[in-house]
Design a protein around this ligand. Structure first.
Ligand code: ATP
Ligand code: MG
Ligand code: FE
Length: 340
């Protein structure tokens, strides 16, 4: 079946078309530039941008895939988690298409979509797999027995998400928003050993994470250097900060695999685009005999194809469609791949 996926949980309007694990098109319109000067996503601005971008993005996705709207067999849409007004635009559009085409509607989980998207690049996800989900709003370790029906949470951040830490530290260093890509670039010029920042929850035996202490440590370092009139090496700070983040992420992800006897790790979400995270995960997985899967950077950040990929899984599992009364759920738990 041909699945159309619609994503609008944050600041990307995404529409993707897939058949099973085959990616036909993936069109994204981002309002990120409209938010940059505020240093974070402004919900009202995002909602309006989704409203303007939705229909043209659907058209582009259909054109790119070389299919007609009437060829679509099912509509999948992000039902949550995300910003209330932003989610509402995607869900309303999806309902309209489902109603007009008389095709089933599936409200799916954005976070599980971040994991499911890997199938479009590397084929069916081995069962079970451990997933490290690292995005702007979430940092979780998951045990995935089945993408559509069985996702278990092993651990979570107790404070900031990894992407949020990148964004906040970038702000401290006067780097642009979103902070992940500029810190990634700056860190390549720096020495990761020059400053050793704390590793939150390192070796505590849990699969939980904490990044707010790290952010505070970076803030103190910057303040202290300024007070003493010392030169600030943005690249060394970026490299030290990044090393702390990826060290803890990869260590806990590998531990989760080993402890659960799982041989496959998938890393996804916006922060999975990070070059150092990809390199260190590769190294540590190879050493531990774990097979690593990381989607290409473009598929790691928000897009419609990830929602279509999860929709395809849900359809293949034979789960019942959502009703046309489907509600958005701003805090839909990751353990619910399909919203009711
Ligand atoms: P969520 O999925 O939790 O609702 P989101 O959809 O806003 O949040 P994503 O789009 O998956 O998050 O990811 C955005 C985050 O990824 C931002 O915090 C951004 O800084 C970070 N990011 C993007 N590229 C990189 C990179 N190369 N290195 C580190 N972080 C990155
Ligand atoms: Mg975004
Ligand atoms: Fe996301």
């Amino acid at each position: 079946p041909l699945i159309m996926g619609i994503e609008s949980s944050c600041d990307e309007t995404g529409v993707g078309l897939v058949r099973g694990c085959e990616l036909l098109s993936d069109e994204v319109a981002s309002s990120v530039e409209a938010h940059a000067r505020f240093g974070g996503v402004v919900p009202e601005v995002a909602s309006r941008a989704h409203l303007e971008a939705m229909t043209p993005t659907v058209r582009r996705a259909l054109d790119r895939a070389g299919v007609k709207l009437s060829d679509v067999d099912a509509i999948a849409v992000t039902a949550g988690p995300g910003l209330a007004g932003a989610l509402l635009v995607g869900v309303s559009a999806a309902k309209a298409y489902a109603l007009a085409l008389d095709k089933p509607l599936y409200g799916v989980n954005h976070l599980v979509g971040h994991v499911a998207v890997d199938q479009l690049e590397h084929g069916p996800l081995p069962k079970p797999a451990v997933a490290l989900l690292v995005s702007g709003g979430h940092t979780s370790l998951l045990l995935v027995r089945d993408l559509a029906t069985d996702v278990q949470a092993l651990g979570d951040t107790v404070d900031d998400a990894a992407g949020e830490a990148y964004d906040k530290v970038a702000r401290l260093l006067d780097l642009p928003y979103p902070g992940g890509p500029p810190i990634d670039r700056a860190a390549r010029e720096g020495d990761p050993e020059a400053i050793r920042f704390p590793r939150g929850k390192w070796g505590d035996g849990s699969y939980d994470f904490s990044f707010s202490g790290l952010k505070t440590a970076v803030a103190r370092w910057v303040e202290d250097a300024e007070r003493r009139g010392l030169p600030l090496s943005v690249s060394d700070i970026a490299a030290g900060f990044q090393e702390s983040v990826v060290d803890v992420l990869t260590r806990k992800a590998v531990d989760a695999c080993l402890d659960h006897g799982v041989r496959h790790l998938v890393i996804s979400g916006g922060v999975a685009a990070n070059s150092r995270l990809r390199a260190l995960a590769e190294e540590r997985c190879a050493a531990a005999g774990i097979e690593l899967r990381v989607p290409r950077p473009r598929l790691c950040t928000d897009n419609g194809a990830m929602i279509a990929a999860l929709g395809a899984e849900v359809v293949a599992a034979g789960l019942p469609p959502s009703s046309l009364n489907l509600a958005t759920d701003t805090s839909l738990p990751v353990t619910s791949p399909l919203a009711v």
